[in-house]
Design a protein around this ligand. Structure first.
Ligand code: ADP
Ligand code: ADP
Length: 232
């Protein structure tokens, strides 16, 4: 589904060169729940920007669903980006729009006809468990409910991958669990590939099948969660 080969991202500053991501190989197969864990400064945010195609690697190759991104022009790359749904730590909702309108937004951008949009929004509301909250504004929702809106919005255009960037880091433990349960559900129901970037070990242990550990821009360990984080 996603394949990174020999990926590096280097930033040149006045005094030095930073290898934010350094020779990373990652292969994430369809239907996997894949975790990427590391401390602050490990290179996770840079890796997210490479995965969501917002940044071009200094070296290496990104394949998404078999398509080599280096071969694409601007328009094709924009279309490719729609295959990736994203959720964020601070939800990034539109505060002046209701739940329904937030979920509708990516559908409007993709020029989905109104009738189809309406049907899709209803499906998504049920999928994430927000029935009864459709006409609330984000300020009227709990953190967990806001993230449910984020998930519905990310899934609106049927992405091939859901990329979660510290998506539970702003939530309390109980709400975190309920969001992780929802992601597990979605992974099973839709066979959707999920990539989770986090600094929280328990998030990885709760829902990921495989994990890559990042440190200093490198992947220092990678494999099934039970092997990498075997409890004594
Ligand atoms: P994380 O998300 O794991 O905290 P980042 O990807 O933000 O890590 O950063 C990895 C390293 O790359 C850090 O040393 C950071 O200072 C550096 N870095 C990230 N983005 C830039 C940039 N635009 N310019 C220069 N250095 C950067
Ligand atoms: P520009 O260089 O003017 O930003 P490009 O057409 O080169 O425009 O790229 C548009 C965006 O797509 C860039 O921000 C870049 O980060 C991303 N991009 C381009 N090529 C690749 C690639 N091979 N892999 C990942 N991202 C890419």
């Amino acid at each position: 589904m996603i394949s990174l080969t020999g990926i590096s991202k280097t930033y040149a500053t006045k005094t030095t060169t930073v290898h934010a991501v350094d020779q990373v190989d990652l292969h994430i197969s369809k239907g996997n729940v894949f975790g990427i864990i590391g401390y602050s400064g490990a290179g996770k945010s840079t890796l997210v920007r490479l995965l969501n195609l917002l940044e071009r690697p200094t070296t290496g190759e990104v394949l998404l669903d078999g398509v080599n991104l280096a071969t694409l022009g601007k328009q094709a790359l924009r279309e490719e980006r729609q295959k990736i749904g994203m959720i964020f730590q601070h939800f990034n909702l539109l505060w002046s729009r209701t739940v329904k309108e937030n979920i509708s937004f990516p559908l409007e951008v993709a020029k989905v006809p109104a009738a189809e949009r309406k049907k899709r929004i209803e499906e998504l509301i049920d999928l994430v468990g927000l029935r009864g909250r459709e006409n609330n504004y984000p300020a009227q929702l709990s953190g967990g409910q806001k993230q449910r809106v984020g998930i519905a919005r990310a899934l609106a255009n049927n992405p091939k991958v859901l990329l979660c960037d510290e998506a539970t880091s702003a939530l309390d433990p109980k709400t975190t669990d309920s969001i992780l349960d929802l992601l597990t559900d979605i992974n099973k129901k839709l066979n959707l590939t999920i990539v989770l970037i986090t600094h929280e070990m328990h998030v990885i242990q709760k829902i990921c099948h495989e994990v890559a550990v990042m440190s200093d821009g490198k992947i220092v360990e990678q494999g099934p969660v039970i092997d990498v984080f075997r409890r004594p």
